[in-house]
Design a protein. Structure first.
Length: 409
C-alpha cells in the first residue's frame, strides 16, 4: 500500500512539472514575440517598447488616426503684355531673349509650389509676323522666359486672344501643348481638347486642383462660328458646366477671370456679380486680370472664396507708372484632413508685394527689368516709397489686414 501511494505521488509530480514547463515556455515565447515585434506595434498602435500602453494596444487592437495638414503655396503676377518696346529690347544678336527681364523674379518664383501669370498677348510666334497694339502677336520666346523663371500656371483667355485670328491661336496652343508640365487654360484647338483639359485634375503636395481661364471681353473680335473653343469666353452656363465636371474630383478650383474696367482701380458691378456666382459654384480662388492697374482683394461668401480683382500688368511698355506697377500675391492652399477622414480646404495666409517694370532709366535705351518696389532706387523710380504706400492703400481697401512682404523675404 505504501509503495503504491508513493509511486502515484511521484507520477503526479512529474506531470505537473511537464505542464508547468510547457506553460512557461509558451508564455515566454509569446512574450518574446511581443517584445521583439514592438517596432511593428509602435508603427501600428503608436507605442514603444517601454510604453505601458503597449499591452492595452495589443489587447484592444485599436488603430489611432491623427489629423494632418497638406499645403501648397502659390505665387501670382499679372499681365505679360508684349509691346514693340519690350520685344525690341529682347532682340539681341539675331534672337529674342526675355530671360534677363525676369532675372530678379526667378529667385522669388523658385520658392513656390505653383506660380501663375496671365499671357495677355497671343504667342503666335515670328512665323506670322510680330505685332503690337491694337492687334498683338508675340514671340514664343516670351513663354520660354516665363517657364525658365519657374512659372507653371498660365491664363490664355484674354481680350487679345483673337488679335491674329485662328492661325495665331492654333500656333499658341501648339506651343503650350509642348509643355504639359504647365497648367494652361483658355485656348484650345478643338472641343474635344477643351473638354479633356477642363476636366484635368492637377496635383501638388497631395492637394488636387483644377484650373480654368475665362474672358468676358473679345475686343469685338468674335471667334469663328462653331469654333468658340479658340477663346474661352465666359457665360454662367459654361462656367456651371465646367466647374461641375471637376468640383467633386479636386480639393480646390482656381479660376482666372479676364474682367473689369481698364485703368480703373475700383471694382465694377460685373466683377462682383461674377465673383459671387463663381463662389456659389464652389470656386475657391479667383485671379483677376484686364484693368492693367492693381485693384483690391477680399474674401467673399463667408470666407469660402478669395478674390484678387486685378493683379495689373507685370511686363509691359504701356503708358505710365500705374501700368508699370503690378501686384504679386501669395496664398496657401491648405487641406486639413481630420481624424475621421473628412477634410476642410481653405485659401489662407494671403500676402502681397508690388512689382515695377524698370526701363529707360535716365531716358536712355530701354532695358526692361522687373523688380520689387522695396528693391528700387530713386534713380529707377522717383518717390517710389510714396507710390508704394499709394498702391498698397488701393489693394488694402477691402482687406486691410493683408500682410505685405512675401514668404521668401
Amino acid at each position: 500500500m505504501g509503495k503504491i501511494k508513493k509511486r502515484r505521488k511521484l507520477k503526479w509530480s512529474f506531470l505537473t512539472i511537464v505542464l508547468l514547463i510547457l506553460v512557461f515556455s509558451v508564455c515566454g515565447f509569446g512574450g518574446y514575440l511581443v517584445w521583439s515585434h514592438t517596432d511593428v506595434l509602435q508603427k501600428t498602435f503608436g507605442v514603444s517598447k517601454t510604453s505601458s500602453k503597449s499591452q492595452q494596444a495589443v489587447k484592444k487592437l485599436s488603430l489611432k488616426k491623427e489629423s494632418v495638414d497638406y499645403e501648397a503655396k502659390i505665387f501670382m503676377v499679372g499681365d505679360s503684355l508684349i509691346h514693340t518696346g519690350v520685344y525690341d529690347d529682347a532682340y539681341q544678336n539675331g534672337v529674342y531673349d526675355f530671360k534677363p527681364m525676369l532675372q530678379f523674379v526667378k529667385p522669388i518664383v523658385s520658392q513656390y509650389d505653383l506660380a501663375y501669370y496671365n499671357q495677355e498677348t497671343v504667342l503666335g510666334g515670328t512665323a506670322i509676323g510680330l505685332s503690337s497694339y491694337p492687334r498683338f502677336n508675340s514671340p514664343q520666346e516670351v513663354g520660354d522666359a516665363f517657364l525658365d523663371a519657374g512659372f507653371n500656371m498660365v491664363s490664355l483667355a484674354t481680350n487679345h486672344t483673337m488679335d491674329r485670328g485662328e492661325d495665331g491661336v492654333l500656333r499658341s496652343v501648339q506651343y503650350w501643348n509642348q509643355h504639359p508640365e504647365v497648367a494652361s487654360s483658355g485656348q484650345w484647338s478643338s472641343y474635344e481638347e477643351r473638354e479633356k483639359d477642363i476636366a484635368t485634375v492637377y496635383e501638388v503636395n497631395h492637394i488636387k486642383y483644377a484650373f480654368i481661364s475665362y474672358t468676358i471681353w473679345n475686343n469685338g473680335l468674335s471667334t469663328p462660328q462653331g469654333k468658340d473653343y479658340l477663346n474661352n469666353e465666359y457665360s454662367e452656363e459654361k462656367a456651371a458646366h465646367d466647374i461641375a465636371a471637376v468640383r467633386d474630383q479636386v480639393d480646390f478650383v482656381i479660376v482666372a477671370m479676364h474682367w473689369g474696367t481698364e485703368y480703373y482701380w475700383g471694382v465694377d458691378a460685373k466683377q462682383e456679380e461674377i465673383a459671387h456666382y463663381l463662389s456659389g459654384l464652389g470656386v475657391d480662388l479667383i485671379i483677376g486680370a484686364h484693368p492693367h492697374v492693381v485693384e483690391t482683394v477680399e474674401y467673399i461668401n463667408d470666407g469660402k472664396t478669395f478674390v484678387i480683382y486685378s493683379l495689373g500688368n507685370f511686363l509691359s511698355d504701356q503708358l505710365d507708372v500705374d501700368n508699370y506697377t503690378g501686384l504679386g500675391m501669395e496664398v496657401t492652399l491648405r487641406k486639413h484632413v481630420k481624424e475621421d477622414g473628412t477634410f476642410e480646404n481653405k485659401v489662407v495666409d494671403p500676402k502681397a508685394e508690388l512689382f515695377y517694370t524698370v526701363n529707360r532709366v535716365g531716358g536712355g535705351r530701354a532695358n526692361f527689368r522687373i523688380k520689387t518696389y522695396p528693391s528700387l532706387t530713386e534713380g529707377e523710380l522717383h518717390n517710389y516709397m510714396g507710390l508704394y504706400e499709394h498702391y498698397k492703400a488701393i489693394v488694402n481697401e477691402r482687406y486691410p489686414n493683408l500682410t505685405w512682404g512675401l514668404t521668401w523675404e
